[in-house]
Design a protein around this ligand. Structure first.
Ligand SMILES: Cc1cc2nc3c(=O)[nH]c(=O)nc-3n(C[C@H](O)[C@H](O)[C@H](O)COP(=O)(O)OP(=O)(O)OC[C@H]3O[C@@H](n4cnc5c(N)ncnc54)[C@H](O)[C@@H]3O)c2cc1C
Length: 397
């Protein structure tokens, strides 16, 4: 991403990852306590991970592997009856697992490894442990009670190296750059926007199989292989291949409608119809994969009250909420300082809300949500220090 951004000439800022933890009334949290609690959660996660992988699984790894292959093989075999879901009676072995959620695994580790230190923890230690948990939930967009102990960090080995960066003009600048490059290809590239896809037909005909039309055998034009139709009556697009990047939520709703057409009307529900229906292997993956949710609340203030008392070090833009109030507003970013110029840093703070709290906050109005965040800030600072925001932006995904 950084290479692309550099290529496109986008300006980006390296985001500082140093967080100043605050308890109520701007009291800074002792750095050692902060580090110790972070370390404790890391240790607990390691112990919990070792435990969960140690638990005897229902089948050996090799058997499980074989079972997976046989199971999917039988679904793909044209001779077997098409199946819309796993058989109710005979759950395949690979679906049985000793996996548990992170919170359960940690609780088990605390008991098993006899962690006595918890008895002496006060509210600050609890708030810091909570904060570190929220930090995981932010990264995953889901609560630890919904995350797999075995696989929650399985993408870590694929993580890009390097700093986190903020694009001053947003990701749109990179997209514009990519599109400009493609437009130069003339007829080979066409960009169609505002195209609400209703139906994707794939493998309508194969270019390698001749078909008979009007008594003569013809080779199918390659661009007849797939088609994409819109809900809003726009021209149907014929193409060789379709690579769908529909969000998982849309795919889930679409396959639910594919399995049970009686309940959802694809025309009104925003679902996409696939023709032929997606095979069970794909439906199974779509149904089995979950997704998280993350919302951002941006607040613009008449003045940057958090900058006035040098709470943050030079270059530092993050402060954490260890006040015990609204722990789901766990971190605040001085986004104005990150993206502003030295002589012009707008007074904008941003906080993140993830997991079930993010779902709950989508049910609140902007005013209610903004009020809640202001209440948290007034706890972290002082009532009269935090003015009413002059503008706000809430992402609702
Ligand atoms: C609040 C929030 C903050 C984030 N912040 C960051 C960040 O700072 N850095 C970062 O790297 N990542 C961030 N992410 C993650 C990042 O935005 C996503 O990973 C990324 O956008 C996913 O890209 P995508 O193309 O898979 O899906 P999307 O960006 O969701 O694109 C899917 C597109 O499909 C369209 N669509 C849906 N149905 C149809 C239909 N029937 N017909 C036609 N089009 C359809 C949607 O309108 C949408 O435009 C954030 C995510 C959220 C929710």
């Amino acid at each position: 991403m950084a290479a692309l951004a550099r290529d496109s000439g986008a300006e980006f800022e390296t985001a500082s990852e140093q967080v100043r933890m605050l308890s109520e009334k701007m009291r800074p949290v002792d750095k050692d306590t902060d580090e110790n609690m972070g370390q404790l959660l890391d240790d607990l996660l390691d112990e919990a991970a070792d435990d969960v992988w140690d638990y005897e699984d229902f089948v050996s790894d090799e058997d499980r592997h074989q079972n997976v292959i046989r199971w999917y093989g039988s679904c793909l075999s044209p001779s077997s009856k098409p199946q819309l879901g796993p058989p109710k009676q005979d759950v395949p072995s690979h679906r049985k697992s000793s996996d548990v959620s992170i919170d359960y695994a940690i609780a088990r580790a605390i008991k098993k490894h006899n962690h006595k230190e918890f008895a002496s923890f006060g509210p600050i230690e609890h708030a810091l442990l909570h904060w570190n948990t929220k930090n995981i939930e932010y990264a995953l967009g889901a609560n630890v009670s919904d995350l797999s102990m075995k696989f929650w960090d399985s993408d870590e080995r694929h993580a890009f190296e390097g700093d986190h960066v903020l694009l001053r003009q947003g990701y749109g600048s990179v997209i514009k750059h990519l599109v400009t490059g493609l437009v130069r290809r003339g007829d080979m590239f066409k960009c169609v926007l505002d195209y609400d896809v209703e139906k994707i037909e794939y493998a309508r005909n194969s270019s390698s199989i001749p078909y008979t039309s009007g008594g003569s055998r013809k080779l199918v034009e390659l661009s007849d292989t797939c088609s994409v139709s819109s809900r809003n009556g726009k021209e149907k697009l014929g193409c060789d291949f379709v690579v769908s990047t529909l969000p998982l939520g849309v795919l889930k709703a679409s396959v639910a409608a594919q399995v049970d057409t009686s309940e959802v009307d694809p025309k009104t529900a925003g679902n996409v119809t696939f023709a032929p229906k997606l095979p069970f292997t794909k439906v199974d993956s779509i149904e089995s994969t979950g997704f998280g949710i993350l919302n951002k609340v941006y607040l613009q203030f008449p003045r940057a009250f958090w900058r006035s008392r040098s709470i943050l070090d030079e270059g530092q833009t993050l402060f954490g909420n260890a006040s015990g109030l609204n722990p789901h507003h766990y971190m605040f970013f001085d986004i104005g300082k990150s993206l502003g110029r030295e002589d012009d840093c707008p007074a904008i703070l941003m906080t993140l809300i993830s997991g079930r709290e993010a779902v709950a906050c989508e049910k609140l109005s902007d005013d209610q949500l903004v009020h809640q965040v202001v209440v948290t800030l007034r706890k972290l600072f002082f009532d009269d220090m935090v003015p009413t925001p002059v503008a706000h932006k809430v992402t609702r995904w």
